[in-house]
Each structure stands twice: as structure tokens, then as C-alpha cells.
Design a protein around this ligand. Sequence first.
Ligand code: 7TS
Length: 414
Amino acid sequence: MAANPKSAAPLDLERIRRDFPILSRQIRGKPLVYLDNGASAQRPSAVIEAEREYYERHHANVHRGVHTLSQEATDLFEGAREKVRGFLNAASTKEIVFVRGTTEAINLVAQAWGRPRLGKGDEIVITWLEHHANIVPWQQVCEQTGAGLKVVPIDRRGVVDFDAYLGMLGPKTRMVAIAHVSNALGTVLPVEKFVAAAREHGIATLVDGAQAVPHQRVDVRSLGCDFYAFSGHKLYGPTGIGVLYGREEVLDEMPPWQGGGDMILTVSFERTTYNHLPYKFEAGTPNIAGAVALGTAIDYVEGVGLDRIAAYEAGLLDYATERLSAVPGLTIVGTAPEKASLVSFVIDGVHPHDLGTILDAEGVAIRTGHHCAMPVMDFFEVPATARASFAFYNTRAEIDALVTALGRAREMLG
Ligand code: 7TS
């Protein structure tokens, strides 16, 4: 990915790796080589400590107590929201809704934005490389409203056909919902171009940033999208916490999604009035510790520097691509010119699941399967791929270990 060369000073890998306690684990007597960061990244001690400290010193429910602990918890929770705002360069914390993760964020938009607005004949445009989380919620709202789904094709490299996309935008298009980075192929979409074209037609836009925010700087204001979603656990933060960014005017016009505590101003049996943004969309007690520690994860990533991360990971991707391409019988699935740091591949005559099991015996953790992107598997006519996805704590030596383990797997299975 593009990086600012000025800030691309080398990373202190030894120090960084020491920050992640799990990286020193042994798996089956071998040093762990963790290459499944696309599914979920690992956490630095600072994030683990933030959760512990929150529970040991500050926990109470938020937004409701006058007692000291409740105020401390609320301050920490709202402080984390401000960190997320800064991270995405959103205009206001009113635009930052805490959710469980990307999946919940997209479901929220499909139901609270889509369901009241969409009707028969309306169209939602997605692409062929979406994760199921950016397909199924739209299919569900289509079933509920009579709207239809349009899918922008990809080519053999895994690049989304921008001209075909432009041809699909029309008076019936209501929403464009696209991945920023494909989890199955690594393709980075030029989302600025996609969003700008949709905006020219007055079409709403959602960007699924689950695989983008760990690898590159994201600025929702310069991007101009209406919604942007990501998950904490792929950004070195906790599981069960994520973010929906929504432009204030758009969120304001939407009804709440779930009803309950915290999302109301007043309730009587005759009439309920809803809370202000973003609380209107945060019914019930939230994942307070998760939000606080997500704030710490953002501090950590910003401390390392997203430009430095992008530059370092680009080097890892080049190295991995070169080494894996030299493995006999191995085909890389997803060869877009702009890719994030992951490589999907298949090996002649070897089922990816068998590969995953043998690699595990070597201490190497990769993901095998359809990666919740079955249409991508259908397109490339493979049942599954093996996927190595890299983080900034991975090293070239670990890529060498992957290649050695693949050699062993080929001897056993090939
Ligand atoms: N969108 C994309 C592009 C993703 O990669 C994922 C998770 C999601 C949405 C859903 O995120 P969640 O945090 O709500 O589950 N992707 C993967 C993966 O590639 N392997 O495991 C999960």
C-alpha cells in the first residue's frame, strides 16, 4: 500500500515482538509463526493491561451513575470514542457508534438505514469480492423490502471492474456497499473513486474497512463515505468491539435499530423519545472494557505509525509473493496490483485443509477455507484457499518458515 516515505523509518521488530506476549509461545514444540492476522490479530501487552486496569480500578456502568466509578468508566469509554474519532478523522464523536464488530455495523445500516427507505425496484450495489458480512445483511433487507442486489464483477487478478461499476449506477441505485480491502484476495479497492462516483448520483455509500484499518491510514472525511465499519480485534484490540462511523446528517435521519436502555431520553407506555447521537444506536450496556482497550490499541498502532506499518508490510508482501511463487505447484489467488499484506494460494493436488493441519504441526498458523467469501471461491473455481495474512510484527524469517513448512507438506501430501 502507498506509504509516506518520509515516515517510513524501519521498525524495531525485536521491541515490537516483545510487546506481543503470545508471539513467544511454542506450538507443538515449535516457535509460533502467526500468519492468520486477517482473521484476528494478536494484542500487545498495553491492550491486555488496559482491560485489566479498567476492571481492577474503574469498572461501573456508564452514563448512569453519579458515583465516582461510574464517572470514571464513562470518561474512559467516551475517551475511547474520541480516540476512534481522531483515528478516522471523523468530524464529531456523534458519528462514532460502538458496536460488536464489522458484522454488526453493516447489519445496523442495512436495518436502520435500509429497511425504512428501500422498496421494490431499488438497488444495492456490492462487489464480487465481499465478505459474507457485506452480502447477507443486504440480501436480508432486499427480502424484507423488495429491493435487489447488483454485483460488480472482478477480473482474474481480483480487481473490481470500475467501468462495469459505473454502468450499474442509476436512478434506482440507493446504496453502494463495498470492501476497502478484500479479505480473501488482498485487493485494495480505490474506494475514493467508487465513493465519488456514487456521490455524483446522490447514492449512499458504506465502506467495509475490516481489512483496511490495520494496514493503512483512513480518513473518512476525505473519503466522503456515509458509513465506514471496522472491528477492534483485527486492529490489535479486543474481540466483541467495533465501530460504525456514520455521517451525522445520515445517522440523524435514521430510526434506532435496537430498543432498550441508554438509547432513550424518556419512556412512557404511550411514547418514547430517543437519545441523541451516537447513543440512539447503543441500546443496552456496551462492551466498556473493550472500547477502552480499543482506544489503547489505536494509541499503540499510532505510536508505531501507520505509514511505517504500511511500508514495512509492503516489503513483507513482496517477499512473501516472491518466495511463495517459487514453490512448485503453488498458484497465488489474487494478483491485483494494489494489495494489502496477505497471500491466498492453492497447491496442486493438496487440499488447503490438509495443508493447514500439517502447517500447524510446524507451528505455522494460517487460515484455510472459503474465508467467508464463497462467491470469490466460486469465481476462481476453487473450494478453498490457504491464506497467509501478515501483521507488522511478522518477519521474513517467518515467511521462510512458512515456505519450509509448505515444502514438508508437499512431501507428505503431494
Ligand atoms: N468484512 C471483512 C472484509 C472481513 O474480513 C471480515 C472478517 C468481516 C467483514 C467480519 O468481521 P467481524 O469482526 O464482524 O467478524 N474476516 C475474517 C477473515 O478473513 N477470517 O476470519 C474473519
